[in-house]
Design a protein around this ligand. Sequence first.
Ligand code: G1P
Length: 290
Amino acid sequence: MLKVRKAVIPAAGLGSRFLPATKAMPKEILPILDKPTIQYIVEEAVRAGIEDIIIVTGKHKRAIEDHFDSQLELELNLKEKGKLELLEKVQHSTNLANIFYVRQKSPQGLGHAIWTAKQFIGDEPFAVLLGDDIVDGEVPAIKQLMNVYDETKKSVIGAKTVSYEDTERYGIIESKSQDGRMYEIDNLIEKPKFGTTDSRLAIMGRYVLTPDIFEYLEEQNIGAGGEIQLTDAIQRVNEVDSVYAYDFEGDRFDVGDKIGFVKTTMEYAMRSEMKDELVPFLKDLIQKYE
Ligand code: G1P
């Protein structure tokens, strides 16, 4: 069995939670401080040793390609003005990785997005990173899953425990057994109705998948929300083979909705040189609105 060398990053979603900001701009380009959220995701894959990345895009997503492309005029301008720190940042995003693009013609769900990357992946295990969560850890979350794959040669899903109230928002994992951070999966249910499962272990946007997943995605079965669900295809793999879940280490930042986005921005700002100015500002703000 091969090593994991390729990653798929689906970025074709409509971004409706951020409308109207996402009317003309991909949600993946919305920045946490000065960096688009998708760059954090690409950086995680690169730090994990991924060589090739395919981003699944759709209509109105050209800005993603532009962001990772070279901008010679801008670079020249920054060089002439001696803004070398900025120049370095601009060039960093260009030279990060080998990035390829495939277009999902209509948004038919996460499973369909992954299926459009089939030609690029071929017959290899591969990583999937969703953009709604930024994970900050010493070892990249996807690398932790790749390590489990290296040991087991089975598909592995990133997982975290969520509150009961939140179970409806996620794919939920029912496990047969647990060994430390690792779970053997019994059942996977995409966005279960509240109260239909006791499990609070949720699928958390990071996967290492074996290529047999494409056999099941090919069938294009419609699942929860009227979409072709990746979770359902993984469940099919689990029926004939073992699939594991791994509760990865690291701070998880949910940037998929407005409140998570604001919280993440605040925490990243507090970690930066802005902290000294922000602390008194936030104290005043709390007094004003409490
Ligand atoms: C997707 C997956 C779901 C997972 C979630 C968070 O849902 O389908 O299983 O729990 O991402 O990673 P979405 O949030 O795109 O609706």
